[in-house]
Design a protein around this ligand. Structure first.
Ligand SMILES: [Zn+2]
Length: 78
């Protein structure tokens, strides 16, 4: 089954078959499994793909901020 992966750094989509740990062609980052399968992806319009990408970017930013604030707290508690 083809799966759609998305890069957490440069946010390019990539269609991946089988490989559990796909790498981005553009920047070499480990891709994130978008949980969208290829059939759903090919049914999406350009607009829907762009919307999904925007939501993903937001999620990644929130996630990174959470990690960073946890790291800071950890340093403070040393
Ligand atoms: Zn990338």
């Amino acid at each position: 089954m083809l799966k759609i992966f998305i890069c957490p750094k440069c946010f390019n989509y990539r269609i991946v078959s089988r490989k559990p740990d796909a790498i981005c062609f553009h920047c070499g980052a480990t891709l994130h499994n978008s949980e969208i399968d290829y059939i759903a992806y090919s049914d999406m319009s350009e607009e829907e793909r762009a919307n999904y990408k925007q939501k993903f970017i937001k999620r990644m930013k929130m996630y990174n901020e959470k990690i960073n604030s946890e790291l800071k707290e950890h340093e403070v508690n040393k």
